[in-house]
Design a protein around this ligand. Structure first.
Ligand SMILES: [Zn+2]
Length: 122
């Protein structure tokens, strides 16, 4: 799903995008000439290999998402590098790209299967 930057209003536009059993629902809001804030919720399920015992299990996902989409190269100013920024170079925000990068970030975290969660006490 793509929306052109110039079509995103300062009042926000609703979006919904899915990949497998994961869905991101939220709003894209223009906050600057070349910057759009994308916030919403990522929920669903994803298969994940437990980071302790490598058993595949179904990970329930219910996470807040906040991404800043930049129309073109983001001019990195000092102190702002903590922002979660995705750059787009064709004048449109691709929400599938945002979902994929959020999913990768989620997968790079540690997740434990039910059995290991009890051992870890998390
Ligand atoms: Zn495990």
């Amino acid at each position: 799903m793509q929306i052109e930057f110039k079509k995103i209003p300062t009042t926000g536009v609703h979006f919904e995008v899915s990949l497998g059993d994961i869905t991101v629902v939220g709003n894209a809001t223009k906050i600057d000439k070349t910057m759009v804030r994308v916030d919403g919720t990522m929920c669903g399920t994803v298969f994940h290999a437990c980071d302790r015992c490598a058993t595949e299990f179904t990970l329930k996902v219910d996470e807040k998402v906040e991404v800043f989409a930049s129309d073109g190269l983001y001019d990195d100013k000092s102190g702002e590098d903590l922002l979660n920024i995705v750059e787009f170079f064709d004048g449109s925000i691709n929400f599938d790209t945002i979902l994929q990068s959020e999913l990768e970030a989620l997968r790079s975290d540690y997740h434990y299967c039910g059995g290991c969660e009890q051992i870890q006490g998390v």
